[in-house]
Design a protein around this ligand. Structure first.
Ligand code: G16
Length: 542
């Protein structure tokens, strides 16, 4: 029986860079999740009788919210829901399933790389029919709806068995529980030369993949161990756990420290990689050689033609503004366009749909292509493996060879976490006030050439996004970018992105911290980070 449940709005349901992310306890308030889901449905038209894809990264609250969504989808008139077995679907696999099944859209339950558990984070994200995150006009409409919602529709029914593959009905709606891995793994086999990678592994190439007790465990085990023949144990932390085993499932050198230490040790395997909570981010480390996400994008773009799925070349490369310019040089060399977008994968979706770009990437460890409309951690690992299988060089040798052609963009991101929101906003406002005065002045980083607040005009629909981060550009091509994170759930996070370019004839072998030291001082001088935040050093450097 369909029930219409009266409710009152929650004032804090504004979706961020990728959906609504809040503490689990916030989501546990009566009606909280239902209000948001109904607000999403209220902003959609024409979904009656259509298919919805549903799944999440297995974090705490995943199963409960899956049941709520199933009953609400039935009450609102969807014809069918495809749900990943046990509620599991990685973000890229959900994107693929939406596209492959011709679904109207999908709900992905995840707070991505944020920790999980009763005291940690949960999230709900709506993806549209192209498989990508809802565009800003949709998320704005959802937010507006959350502020006035007064009821939601739900079916009074028993919970559905989501652990057994097969079909059942809730009211008039079919629920199909599907294997979350198979279709995704099949797509990967189409894109990459599995035979070459299998042979490389059979000949003794070793790898270690850290699934961080998050969603990629089942995907990695199927692909790396079963289909590519890597020995069992290649995948570490391979079972998705509701609290990610107390890991912080953010694949960077701080949170994937065990992998990092292994890769820097004498007994390091040839290749190490990790992915995040929902499987869209990646970390790549060769033996004794960490690869920054910005460099990884550049190397993948320069070598993508070595994989069958990209043998015809790339149409274009897109990167988010704070991502280093390493990929720009590759695009120039290939004679293809380079697009610089604001942070947020949704900005790439339009370019991919329009056939303007093939490969996209972000400094925040996201890389992907036009095979889905999300970034894709396992995809990035497989493209690296395909390249290694063809080139038969170590990761370190590939990096050296790359810099010798293109020069090196030394790069680091300094995060100042859990700052009081008003202090962070005051810091950004003070920076914006200086924009016109900075050009021509000098500081530890050298002479400032220009300074602006990044704005982007989408070439596909001419929509404009303003205030996307303050950029300080120096005369020698170095750059500092200041931006507030859109994904934190506690106070504000200030991100300071620092980049210095050294051309092919310069010193390509410096330590990153050494290369960037003058710019780190300049960031402090320009933004008075300590004065505004009270912090004398970043919480995390990646
Ligand atoms: C999300 C978006 C990414 C974006 C990131 C930025 O990542 O999908 O495209 O780069 O947020 O995070 P922040 O605003 O904190 O810098 P994810 O992996 O959290 O979905």
């Amino acid at each position: 029986m369909i029930q219409t449940v009266p409710t009152t709005p929650f004032p804090d349901q504004k979706p961020g860079t990728s959906g609504l992310r809040k503490k689990v306890r916030t989501f546990q308030q009566p009606h909280y999740a239902a209000n948001f889901v109904q607000s999403v449905f209220d902003c959609l038209t024409g979904f009656e009788g259509q298919t919805l894809v549903l799944g999440g990264d297995g974090r705490y609250l995943n199963r409960e919210v899956i049941q709520i969504v199933l009953k609400m989808a039935a009450a609102n008139g969807f014809g069918r829901v495809l749900v990943g077995q046990s509620g599991i679907l990685s973000t890229p696999a959900a994107s693929h399933l939406i596209r492959a099944s011709g679904a109207f859209g999908g709900l992905i339950l995840s707070a991505s790389h944020n920790p999980g558990g009763p005291d940690e984070d949960f999230g709900i994200k709506y993806n549209v029919g192209n498989g990508g995150p809802a565009p800003e006009k949709v998320t704005d409409a959802i937010h507006a709806r959350t502020l006035v919602i007064d009821s939601y529709r739900i079916i009074d029914a028993d919970d559905v068995d989501i652990d057994t593959i097969g079909s059942s009905m809730i009211g008039d709606m079919a629920v199909e529980v599907v294997d979350p891995v198979a279709a995704y793994a099949d797509m990967m086999e189409q894109l990459f030369d599995f035979a070459a990678v299998r042979e490389m592994i059979a000949q003794g190439f070793t790898l270690s993949f850290d699934a961080m007790s998050a969603v990629t465990g089942p995907y990695a085990t199927e692909i790396f161990e079963r289909r590519l023949g890597a020995p069992s144990g290649t995948v570490c932390n391979g079972t998705p756990l509701p609290d990610f085993g107390h890991h912080h499932p953010d694949p960077n050198i701080v949170h994937a420290k065990t992998l990092y230490d292994l890769m820097m040790s004498d007994g390091a395997p040839n290749f190490g990689a990790a992915s995040d909570g929902d499987g869209d981010r990646n970390l790549i480390i060769g033996r004794h050689c960490y690869v920054t996400p910005s460099d990884s994008l550049a190397v993948l773009a320069a070598n993508a033609h070595l994989a069958p799925g990209y043998a015809n070349g790339l149409k274009g490369i897109a990167r988010s503004m704070p991502t280093s310019g390493a990929a720009d040089r590759v695009a120039e060399n290939l004679g293809i366009p380079l697009y610089e977008t604001p942070t947020g994968w949704k900005f790439f979706g339009n370019l991919l749909d329009a056939g303007m770009a093939t490969i996209c990437g972000e400094e925040s460890a996201g890389t992907g292509s036009d095979h889905v409309r999300e970034k894709d951690g396992i995809w990035a690992v497989l493209l690296w493996l395909n390249i290694l299988a063809v080139r038969r060089q170590s990761v370190a040798d590939i990096m050296q060879a790359h810099w010798a052609i293109y020069g090196r963009n030394y790069y680091a991101r300094h995060d100042y976490e859990a700052i009081a929101k008003d202090r962070a906003e005051a810091l950004m406002a003070a920076l914006r006030d200086q924009l016109t005065n900075l050009p021509g002045t000098s500081n530890s980083g050298g002479r400032v050439k220009s300074a602006d607040d990044f704005a982007y005009t989408d070439p596909t629909d001419q929509s404009i996004s303003r205030n996307q981060g303050v950029r300080i550009l120096f005369e020698d091509g170095s750059r500092i970018v200041f931006r507030l994170s859109g994904t934190g759930t506690q106070g504000a996070t200030l991100r300071v992105y620092i980049e210095r370019y050294i051309d092919q004839n310069g010193n390509l072998g410096m330590e990153t911290s050494e290369a960037l030291a003058p710019l780190v001082s300049a960031a402090q001088e320009i933004a008075d980070i300590t004065g505004f935040t009270g912090m004398d050093r970043p919480s995390v450097i990646t």
